[in-house]
Design a protein around this ligand. Structure first.
Ligand SMILES: NC(=O)c1ccc[n+]([C@@H]2O[C@H](COP(=O)([O-])OP(=O)(O)OC[C@H]3O[C@@H](n4cnc5c(N)ncnc54)[C@H](O)[C@@H]3O)[C@@H](O)[C@H]2O)c1
Ligand SMILES: O=CCCC(=O)O
Length: 465
């Protein structure tokens, strides 16, 4: 807390999904620690908001550098605490650092405005100021990038930030805080409070007027609850919630590209990504050859110990995910579907699976799978597949595979999602606006949009008469 490590009365066991072993005891922060953190955050805010953008740039750059230098260590921590394979973990560390580099630079570009006034004696000036202390609540599936995507933008804007990481991944966030300290980050600007009881801890933050913004990434039900809580003291909210991404493959697509991108978009992080393909619509006239090639490529993915460099897919994060996936598959099979490959699990290790779905009422098409299972559905008409793709309350990512330029534009405009990947299964990057519409969220992270979430607009009216 501040920049010092604090002992708590309680702790909780951190269990690795690799083999169910206890890998550590983590401080279980409660209301007392929450209040201390808010005091420190408020005190630090007065100093941090007044720092020069050069200072912010230098500290953030050093933080980014240290994150990259500790890539192997961070990847190992992620593998141990939430099961991400090392090779993916290293990519995530680069992705996490890219936000810090980006916002180190973006701090320099918080430009105000002057506006021609209605009278010769008046001047209008518009300034952007940091919103104040921020609470960030992050998920376990991208334990490094979801922290830096929020923290770097908030800190660059001049805010202070308190991070409450997910119960499955407190160590990655804590290690990032250690690196922040090492980079010369001042006390109280970035704090991490792990807990086994998020509701009890976060109530203190929700009720405290001094927290002026909540940036949340996680599931839709929790996002909605946070939205209600934030309303009590009218805090701003940034909500990055779940997805149910369609990928539509037209017969005119480059099939090798479509398969490569589908595999990438589905099996990254064992399907535990908000932008993961949840429904793969394939034009009927190519569906058979497409599926056999897709199955052939999927079978090449290596399932196993995430600490081994050859592993592509590690364990699921917990039992709850496992039960959900088995139940979604059982429902598909009951409704006439067919497993084309995979479908089996051993412990938390679930084989990469392709399943043919013939009944549109299958639950797997309307719920977020969050695991390595790819449902394939044939279609015949463009208009029909657009309406199927849009028939969801989710609105995060969507994908179109086509070589027809006119179709690419038509589909980009017709799909009601915040992100459309055109022949691209991995659109996420630090430069672009990431976020959803409908129930997938409010606001955007990344690029020039991410920093604006942490800025207020102030209007100065000068009367020179
Ligand atoms: N849109 C995005 O950018 C994005 C990115 C990653 C994950 N997600 C979504 O996150 C979900 C998976 O992550 P998850 O299982 O960790 O989600 P989750 O909603 O269960 O938990 C997310 C965070 O909220 C905390 N939390 C849970 N209940 C809370 C409460 N009552 N008060 C305060 N905090 C609470 C958790 O401890 C965790 O830190 C999926 O739906 C996925 O699509 C979205
Ligand atoms: O889980 C969703 C976040 C991953 C991403 O930023 O691509």
């Amino acid at each position: 807390m501040g920049n010092s490590w604090v002992d708590t009365l309680d702790s909780f066991e951190l269990i690795s999904p690799i083999d169910g072993r206890v890998i550590g005891l983590v401080a279980d922060c409660g209301p007392e620690e929450a209040l201390r953190a808010i005091d420190a955050s408020e005190e630090a805010f007065e100093l941090w908001k007044a720092t020069s953008v050069d200072t912010r740039y230098q500290i953030l750059s050093r933080w980014a550098q240290l994150i990259v230098e500790e890539k192997n260590q961070l990847a190992e921590i992620m593998a141990l605490e939430m099961g991400k394979p090392l090779k993916e973990g290293k990519k995530e560390v680069d992705y996490a650092a890219s936000f810090v580099w980006w916002y180190a630079e973006e701090a320099k570009r918080i430009y105000g405005l002057t506006i021609p006034a209605p009278m010769p004696s008046k001047r209008i000036v518009v300034l952007y100021e940091p919103v104040g202390p921020v609470l960030a609540i992050t998920p376990w599936n991208f334990p490094a990038a979801m922290v830096t995507r929020k923290a770097a933008a908030a800190i660059a804007a001049g805010c202070t930030i308190i991070i409450k990481p997910a119960e499955h991944s407190p160590l990655t966030a804590t290690f990032l805080a250690f690196l922040w300290d090492k980079a010369g980050g001042p006390p109280g600007v970035l704090q991490v409070l792990p807990t086994a009881n998020p509701e009890r801890l976060c109530k203190v933050f929700f009720d405290d007027f001094r927290i002026r913004k909540i940036s949340f990434t996680g599931s839709i039900p929790v996002g909605k609850a946070i939205y209600r809580e934030a309303a009590k003291t009218l805090k701003g909210v940034l909500l990055e919630l779940g997805g149910n991404a369609p990928m539509i493959v037209f017969a005119d697509a480059d099939i090798d590209t479509a398969i490569r991108e589908a595999i990438q978009a589905k099996f990254r992080n064992a399907g535990q990504a908000c932008v993961a393909v949840n429904r793969l619509y394939v034009e009927k006239k190519i569906s058979e050859p497409f599926c056999s090639k897709l199955v052939e490529e999927t079978k090449k993915l290596v399932l196993g110990d995430p600490l081994l460099p050859s592993t592509d897919i590690g364990p699921l994060v917990g039992e709850q995910s496992l039960h959900k996936i088995h139940s979604l598959l059982a429902d598909v099979l009951e409704k006439g579907g067919k497993i084309l490959c995979g479908g089996k699990s051993q412990g938390l290790y679930f084989a990469p699976t392709i399943v043919w779905v013939s009944d549109p009422s299958a639950r797997i098409l309307s719920e977020e799978i969050f695991g390595p299972v790819l449902p394939v559905i044939p279609f015949e008409m463009e208009r029909e597949v657009i309406s199927w793709a849009n028939a969801t309350n989710y609105g995060l990512a969507s994908y179109v595979m086509t070589s027809d330029l006119k179709r690419a534009f038509r589909l980009s405009e017709a799909l009601r999602f915040g992100i459309v990947g055109i022949n691209d299964g991995r659109p996420s990057c630090c430069q672009a606006p990431f976020g959803g519409i409908k129930e997938s969220g409010i606001g955007r992270e990344g690029g020039q949009w991410g920093i604006k979430e942490f800025l207020e607009t102030k209007y100065l009216s000068f009367n020179l008469d």
